[in-house]
Design a protein around this ligand. Sequence first.
Ligand code: ATP
Ligand code: MG
Ligand code: MG
Ligand code: MG
Length: 428
Amino acid sequence: MSKKLLPRVNRISKLFQPLNIVPKDSKPRDEASSKSYKLMVDMGIIRQSSNGMYNLLPLGLRALEKLNTLVDDEMANIDAQKVLLPHLIPSTLWKATGRLEVAENELFMLHDRHQKQYILSPTHEEAVTSLIASVSPLSKKMLPIKLYQISSKWRDEMKPRLGVLRGREFIMKDLYTFDADLDKAKETYDLVCKAYDNLFQKIGVEFVKVAADTGIIGGSFSNEYHYVSNIGETVVVSCTSCNYFATTEIHNKSSCPQCQRELCHNTSVEVGHTFLLGTKYSEPLKATYTANGKPVPLVMGCFGLGLTRILGAALEILSSDEELRWPRPLVPYNVCVMPPKNGSKEASASRYADDIYQVIEQSGIDVILDDRTHFTIGKRMIDARRTGYPYIVVVGKRSTEPRPMFEIHDLYEDKRLDLSFEGVIDYL
Ligand code: ATP
Ligand code: MG
Ligand code: MG
Ligand code: MG
């Protein structure tokens, strides 16, 4: 179970979690095709602010911050360094790489008081390359350089949909690498892909890594990470015989190009995209290192992860129609402790709820107390199950016995146990 790591409220009565409050604009919700989107809104995880833009509420942000920590751990393992680049990028930089015209329809643009034009960044290749260019030529000894950030990105998507799945503002983790030559850049590419494989394994939702198109980001080759799900907008083909995976943009014949067997087609969500860029950005923007006394363009890679999309897609895959289920390492709180209703027969056992809470809390596990004791256990249990706390501990009828017993509802194992105080602590 993951350890507590974030400042938090510890009582549900204090938690900002607007429950089951349908948005006022009462436009038909985009929920018919996504149970997770409806649940995320109904259970106060996200709330729409405008078309394709979402407030991430405390529970949603806790999950995202846990994901950020997993990312940071993997990046530390490969010596990547975290930075934060400005969100506003002078559009002249995008002109210099030829991307301004190509991407124009998706860009949010604005002007400063001097009429200088900026792009609200949809991705940061130009910005990070210009940072490296500003300190170029680099000494070869400094290479490889691996810089990443976790920040908002803006894209004026034609069809924003399903909340955080396709937002117009979303959180991306983007890593950019700079090497001396193509061989070294490929080594770095493989190293980063291994770190991404580890990350997706830790998140625990089944994923596939596929050969992919380089699109407007460009470069010589690329891979995508996908979650197979019927809410996806991409189709991936896979060969069960030889493990060939690709998007249909790369390969759309029914037979496998490697072993000629028949391919399976699955709808999926693109959750990550890696590119071996070559010198597409370093040449025009002059990001270089010195070789034989001359400046040579650096060979780049870039590696994007849609963090808010990962969260939304994982919830869609794991949840039922009625109840959220989180990837274990991302769950906002692991345990919810429920004292009895005020004025009920078992109200005298309330103190056990505080004791259980304290012991769990001290052992470093993320725990929250559902102290809305004006509600019945039944009502609070519905909310707790829908919110998806993996373990719910109920101080109930049997907690007043001489040897008090407590209910544990284990949502991942889908079972209910009656345990003693020590039994509860051991179980958790
Ligand atoms: P898509 O094909 O879904 O439009 P993309 O190929 O345009 O995505 P990239 O430029 O590869 O996206 O960006 C890196 C990652 O950012 C994607 O793999 C995806 O996980 C995430 N992402 C892209 N667009 C969005 C969006 N509008 N909302 C949420 N996440 C997004
Ligand atoms: Mg796109
Ligand atoms: Mg794509
Ligand atoms: Mg992509």
